[in-house]
Design a protein around this ligand. Structure first.
Ligand SMILES: Cc1cc2nc3c(=O)[nH]c(=O)nc-3n(C[C@H](O)[C@H](O)[C@H](O)COP(=O)(O)OP(=O)(O)OC[C@H]3O[C@@H](n4cnc5c(N)ncnc54)[C@H](O)[C@@H]3O)c2cc1C
Length: 410
């Protein structure tokens, strides 16, 4: 590394990039850190967006930092700055406005952006994805006067939209293309359990159909026609049909890409001075023995911490079991480790107790436990055992015993 003050550039001001910026400045007081984001805001908490959408907290309570705080910490915070290309060999990033920023080490922490519906009528007022503060600001403007909503997509984000619309007392239809909610991670019985929970909270759930087109009245959305021939009246549509990692600007950069930015277990990309962290990093995951793309806040934050230290010269290995825990109205779903969504060859075992509103599915690669989906309550000791097996990679001596003999009541 050069003897003058080191220059670090971070693309993306989500939790991964923001934590990394702070740690770099803390551990190397002389270094220069530029933190770039295409959004107009300093760091805010995406996990709190559902609370803001439901009207439970104010817009101000979503924010975690201010631009002044970043400046006071010696971070050069550049909002509304889109990076359009990375020149890894020449060591500079190019911004859409033509600026060029040189770096000694670069961090890519650009997360993902929601996929949109491409059917006729889907572009324009009344149809929203759910990823950014601006998405929620725009929905909040319509919500007080809306009466009917539709949510497209049987994902956790789809669920979050459904729950928020019901919180505003909207007549809500949930359109799920697959046979049930999260159909790649849970089976039909668990899907039925989630359906019952949603229906009990006033949601109309439709499976196996997609939006064919949307009609508009006075510019805003008024109804959707489905591939099954139904017409659904709606003045608000939430779209939750998956995320695409923000890597387009890296095409042609020589940095190896797959679905995300490929890294080793130290979060170093194919270029030794370029790192990736957070949702966009497709890293060599030693816990599950494959490349993983994770989508949790906690993971992004941990990776931000670790990558900063590695950018300063450490050789730390990223090892963690991701847990995504989400309410499902009055129940809860936890997705731990990897599931059949990312590896369809995994073996799975299921324990379903619909009368108690509980479901447990464990995912194995050979004798190794690599993931779990839990709906409803789970015994603390069983959860500790699951985490221990996953973190250590210790073989499970008897899989049936693990799932069957442990109680998962509280
Ligand atoms: C509504 C919602 C609810 C959620 N709930 C939970 C939850 O309960 N639990 C949980 O664990 N996780 C949850 N998540 C997921 C969690 O928020 C993410 O895993 C986490 O925020 C990822 O952080 P990140 O720093 O990797 O990326 P991001 O937060 O996505 O930040 C990336 C930033 O980079 C910017 N960017 C992208 N490309 C460029 C470019 N070319 N130039 C400049 N800037 C760029 C983006 O605009 C963005 O600001 C939720 C997400 C959403 C949307």
């Amino acid at each position: 590394m050069a003897e003058r003050a080191a220059r670090y550039v971070i693309i993306g001001n989500g939790i991964a990039g923001s934590v990394a910026a702070r740690r770099l400045r803390e551990f190397d007081r002389a270094c220069r850190v530029s933190l770039l984001t295409d959004e107009p805001y300093p760091l805010y908490n995406r996990v709190r967006l559902p609370h803001y959408l439901k009207g439970m907290i104010s817009r101000e309570e979503v924010f975690m930092r201010s631009a002044e705080e970043e400046k006071a910490r010696g971070i050069d915070f550049l909002a509304e700055t889109t990076v359009s290309a990375v020149h890894a060999q020449e060591k500079f990033v190019e911004c859409a406005d033509g600026r060029r920023l040189p770096f000694d080490r670069l961090l890519i922490a650009t997360g993902g952006r929601p996929r949109r519906l491409s059917v006729p009528g889907a572009q324009g007022p009344g149809v929203f994805t759910y990823q950014y503060l601006d998405d929620v600001n725009a929905m909040r403007e319509l919500l007080p006067n809306a009466r009917r909503a539709m949510v497209v997509g049987g994902s956790l984000i789809g669920y979050e939209l459904v729950a928020a619309f019901r919180e505003w007392n909207l007549e809500t239809t949930w359109l799920i293309r697959g046979p049930h909610f999260m159909h790649r991670q849970i089976d039909a019985e668990a899907g039925a359990l989630v359906s019952r929970i949603a229906q009990r909270h006033g949601v109309k759930v439709i499976y196996g159909e997609e939006v064919a087109e949307m009609q508009r009245a006075n510019g805003s959305v008024s109804e959707a026609r489905t591939t099954g021939g139904r017409t659904i009246s709606c003045d608000l549509v939430g779209v939750a049909v998956g995320l695409k990692k923000n890597i387009d600007f890296l095409q042609g950069s020589t940095i190896a890409l797959n679905e995300g930015v490929l890294t080793d277990e130290h979060l170093v990309t194919s270029h030794p001075d370029v790192y990736a962290a957070g949702d966009v990093a497709e890293f060599n995951d030693l816990v599950v023995g494959q490349r993983s793309l994770l989508g949790t806040w906690h993971n992004a934050s941990l990776q931000g911490e670790l990558v900063a230290k590695n950018m300063l010269g450490a050789q730390l290995v990223f090892k963690a079991v991701p847990i995504y825990s989400n309410p499902l109205f009055d129940s809860r779903i936890k997705v731990i480790g990897i599931t059949s969504q990312s590896d369809r060859s995994l073996e799975s075992l299921v324990k379903n107790e619909p009368d108690q509103g509980r479901y447990l599915r464990l995912f194995f690669r050979g004798a190794q436990l690599v993931g779990a989906v839990i709906i409803g309550k789970i015994d603390y000791h069983l959860r500790v055992a699951l985490m221990k097996y996953m973190l250590t990679g210790e073989h499970v001596p008897n899989k049936q015993h693990l799932i069957a003999t442990q109680s998962h009541t509280v």
